[in-house]
Design a protein around this ligand. Structure first.
Ligand SMILES: [Fe+2]
Length: 168
């Protein structure tokens, strides 16, 4: 199944509200796209609905006020998701899946490693992209087997560093 229409929809609602560098920022579209790439594979390994990680990828950093210390951005992302659901934009998830999405966003920058498979899939998808800020993902900080795979970490590192080289 193609997720392209879903991603187009997500970008169309996120972009007008996004305050930071959409095309080149460390929390912009290149990051969201890699989170989706990693998350899709992790979701498959855990039998998690990939639509949860798709929405996570494109929403979780969308409400940031800056690229640095912004501890409430995950909570704002969950509030934004709730608004999208109320407005019948985010319609693909059942109640439990939607709650997992919101929980994953609220807690995604707190370093947790325990939770429902869908939530862990989201967190690890995000953490695998730490190479864009020159942080190598550490296996013991990851919480899914699929993300801890050395081949996955190596691939994620190369993808993330590619953004840095283009920027630099
Ligand atoms: Fe992120």
């Amino acid at each position: 199944m193609s997720h392209i229409p879903l991603i187009r929809k997500a970008l169309s609602v996120v972009r007008p509200a996004f305050r930071l560098n959409f095309h080149h920022g460390i929390h912009g579209v290149p990051h969201w796209s890699r989170v989706w790439f990693h998350g899709r594979r992790i979701a498959r390994s855990l039998d998690v609905n990939p639509v949860i990680v798709a929405w996570f990828a494109y929403l979780h950093d969308s409400q940031r006020h800056n690229d640095g210390y912004d501890p409430l951005h995950g909570h704002r992302a969950a509030d934004f998701a709730t608004r999208l659901r109320r407005e019948r934009v985010l319609v693909e998830l059942d109640a439990t899946e939607f709650e997992h999405l919101c929980e994953a966003m609220r807690l995604h920058s707190d370093g947790h490693t325990e939770g429902e498979p869908a939530i862990r899939a989201c967190w690890d998808a995000d953490r695998l992209d730490l190479g864009r800020v020159d942080i190598r993902p550490l296996p013991h900080r990851l919480c899914t087997e699929a993300a801890r795979d050395p081949a996955a970490i190596g691939q994620a590192w190369r993808m993330a560093q590619g953004q840095g080289r283009r920027r630099g």
